[in-house]
Write a protein that binds this ligand. Structure first.
Ligand code: MLT
Length: 312
């Protein structure tokens, strides 16, 4: 008999491949972090973990898919700060973060970088601010859709600079970065897990990092505070979720596998190379994650309202 759905101790779990849904394009920062932990989690669970990209609408399409998936532990969502901003930005959101999901645990908090195409005129962050003020009508700012981290960081930049720029949405900042390297779009706010390689290769210009201190792996990139825009302070926390109603024993097994992945030296080293690190074991518990999500929903609702942005 299939023991999966009769709510027993999840003893046979996993009984099939576990799918981690990434609500952005392959090759972007959310996808990169997910693929770092997929194998160590699979090892800890004694099963197979596959990653599926379900793009669209700033991550809300993929999140909605998982909210409606079977609560049997075989469909997991990797999402980030966008989980806490969507309710304030989408009028007809088809899920409620706290009601429709159970938290498994936080994964990592990733710094952001303000990057531009290589031949973009402004040399420094200060030059960038003056340039966008003088050319607001023509400068293009890429992001991964309304509610994406790149969109939120762009929002904070525009309200701090007092400008409204032409935003160019992508299905993820993977493809957005490709266009930036190709010179098709002017600049973008994106996570070090995506931009570090192109910055080090000199393929894009890096103006600043959005963290209080410089990022060790990008020592020459000033912070936004050093560059005169302390308001532009945002890091992208990521977490894993399962549909509400997933048996607690299964959530516990997933939580244990996540903790093992975050303690895996290869994961720690890979994250360090890309400017980030796993959260602490204490922060990676399902309870700590839920508390953080609850607080972030309130925080971002206020930031978005203060920025005068209406849900659409
Ligand atoms: C974003 O929020 O900008 C996403 O992280 C982009 C992505 O992962 O592709």
């Amino acid at each position: 008999a299939c023991s999966g759905n009769d709510g027993t101790s999840g003893g046979g779990y996993p009984e099939q491949n576990i799918t981690i849904v990434v609500p952005f394009s392959a090759g972007g920062p959310t996808d990169t972090v997910t693929r770092m932990i997929a194998d160590p989690m699979a090892k800890a669970l004694g099963g197979k973990v596959v990653v599926r990209n379900a793009e669209g609408a700033g991550g809300t399409v993929g999140a909605g898919d998982v909210a409606r998936a079977q609560p049997d532990g075989h469909t997991v969502l990797m999402h980030h700060i966008g989980m806490s901003t969507a309710p304030a930005l989408y009028k007809n959101l088809d899920y409620q973060p706290l009601e429709d999901f159970a938290t498994v645990g936080l994964v990592t908090e990733v710094p952001m970088t303000v990057v531009a195409r290589q031949n973009f005129e402004p040399a420094t962050f200060q030059d960038l601010v003056s340039h966008v003020k003088a050319n607001a009508g023509t400068v293009t700012l890429a992001n991964a859709g309304i509610g994406a981290a790149s969109h939120l960081c762009g929002l904070l930049f525009q309200s701090a600079a007092g400008v409204k720029l032409q935003e160019v949405p992508y299905q993820g900042t993977g493809p957005a970065l490709t266009d930036l390297v190709g010179g098709q779009v002017d600049f973008m706010c994106d996570q070090t897990t995506n931009t570090s390689g192109q910055i080090s290769a000199g393929k894009v210009k890096a103006y600043a990092v959005t963290t209080p201190d410089r990022v060790k792996s990008l020592p020459d990139v000033p912070t936004t505070t050093e560059a005169g825009m302390p308001q532009l302070r945002v890091s992208v926390w990521h977490g894993l979720y399962v549909p509400a109603g997933t048996p607690p024993e299964i959530v516990q097994k997933l939580s244990g596998a996540l903790q093992a992945a975050l303690a895996d030296q290869a994961v720690i080293d890979q994250m360090a190379k890309l400017g980030t690190a796993p959260v602490t074991a204490a922060d990676a518990t399902p309870e700590a994650h839920r508390t953080h999500l609850d607080e972030q929903l309130k925080t971002w609702a206020k930031i978005i309202a203060d920025a005068g942005v209406q849900a659409s």
